[in-house]
Design a protein around this ligand. Structure first.
Ligand SMILES: *Cc1c(COP(=O)(O)O)cnc(C)c1O
Ligand SMILES: [Zn+2]
Length: 409
């Protein structure tokens, strides 16, 4: 890739060739894609982006794989919707919802997997694999199918049915009796003597770059401007760090004037090591054993947790720990005001937003984006007890008795 110079260790700065590797041999720091921004600046403009496809690949100059090889099922360019009704409810006049549940497999993970699977093809792998909290499984299996690769997807066995079946329909899914951190460890061991592309392990430097596209899209969809606040659901912290990186890159390249966005961490009470580190003023999140209904956020040892805390601090952002009981409340609030059915992670985001608005952390007129990263149809269990329906016989009389009667009383 002419736009990429190397993989670079985030800790000691050592450079590595572009290979399926993810950790520094010297200091064990994570590797990150290092671009040649001078070369990119010559090739990228608002116009060149607008001429591109209506997918993440419109930003290919800032991605580590080639648009010509793209494994794409259409990830990206999801709607950014002005949230008038929810805004009124919360006293926010300038609120936007980025609806990434509108991606092909209904979560933002299609972005990262589109990049990782393209890179896997470029590296000539024939098996694509992942350790997943749920949504990554569906995205990996679907992209593997599209690329004609073998898929090998590992998930905790206690996941929601929608996530298990929604992945298994595309290819091979292995349920592991353990939590995500157990699954991840198993996958690292499996990867040692198998030549598989684990999208979030040996392909992680490439994978994570896919999340930058949310930052780019926010800027483009707002009319080439960075928002004042973004609220991001955090699991490993990869998405959080990369939305920030995307906005910074656009500013650095002069595509937008500046990027002074305050970055806000949203986590559920039952798995909140990153938000807790922020609140307690600690740099390093302490690992926890997750116990939350927001299973997509249930990573107890977040690989990018420390970097996320750093970014929240540096930008004047925040960290919020959402009580478990408020997760379904957030899901219902978004559904009832904006007609968007999000999963538990979105419930965490909306409840965080409500708290930040109440506390005055977000001012009434400040441009704010809440990231909705997955669909509620995969986590029906979470709202089953708080949503009511009525059943009638197919007669007017029954309708009057049950529905009209209920409405009057
Ligand atoms: C994976 C996921 C996240 C967060 O992922 P990171 O590991 O922090 O990048 C957020 N929301 C949903 C719905 C997810 O599936
Ligand atoms: Zn290093």
């Amino acid at each position: 890739m002419p736009n990429v110079q190397s993989l670079r260790c985030k800790e000691c700065g050592r450079d590595y060739p572009q290979e399926p590797i993810y950790v520094c041999d010297f200091c064990f720091g994570p590797l990150e894609v290092n671009y040649d921004y001078d070369a990119i600046a010559k090739n990228i403009s608002r116009e060149s982006i607008q001429d591109g496809p209506l997918t993440i690949w419109r930003y290919d100059e800032l991605l580590p794989a080639s648009r010509d090889n793209a494994v794409s099922i259409g990830a990206g360019m999801t709607p950014l919707l002005k949230a008038e009704n929810l805004g009124k409810e919360l006293g926010l006049n300038n609120l936007w919802i980025k609806n990434d549940a509108a991606n092909p497999t209904h979560s933002f993970k299609d972005r990262v997997v589109s990049v990782a699977s393209t890179k896997a093809v470029e590296f000539d792998f024939d098996t694509i694999a992942c350790a997943s909290t749920g949504n990554l499984a569906g995205a990996t299996a679907a992209h593997g199918a599209k690329a004609g690769m073998n898929t090998m997807v590992f998930i905790p066995s206690d996941l929601e049915r929608g996530k298990i079946l929604g992945a298994a329909v595309f290819g091979s899914v292995v349920l592991v009796n353990g939590n995500y951190d157990d699954v991840n460890r198993l996958c690292s061991e499996l990867g040692d003597d198998r030549r598989w592309a684990f999208v979030n392990i040996n392909m992680r430097p490439y994978y994570s770059e896919g999340s930058k596209s949310i930052g780019y899209e926010l800027a483009e969809q707002l009319g080439w401007r960075a928002p004042e606040h973004v609220i991001v659901p955090v699991a490993s912290g990869s998405l959080f760090t990369k939305v920030y990186k995307g906005l910074q890159e656009f500013a650095q390249l002069g595509i937008i004037d500046s990027a002074d966005t305050k970055m806000h961490i949203a986590q559920p009470f039952g798995c909140s090591p990153v938000a807790k580190a922020f609140v307690e003023g600690q740099a390093h999140p302490k690992p926890v054993v997750p116990d939350t209904i927001a299973k997509s956020l249930a990573i107890g040892s977040p690989a990018d947790g420390m970097y996320s805390v750093g970014i929240a601090n540096k930008t004047g952002g925040s960290g919020t720990i959402v009580p478990e009981s408020e997760i379904s409340e957030g899901m219902k609030l978004l559904a009832e005001t904006e007609g968007i059915f999000t999963e538990t992670a979105g419930g965490v985001v909306i409840s965080t937003l409500r708290r930040l608005a109440r506390e005055g952390v977000i001012g009434p007129d400040e441009e704010t984006v809440a990231l909705i990263t997955g669909t509620g149809l995969k986590t029906l269990e979470a709202i089953a007890d708080s949503v009511e329906t009525v059943t009638i016989d197919p007669t007017i009389r029954s309708f009057d008795e049950v529905v009209t009667g209920a409405a009057v009383s």
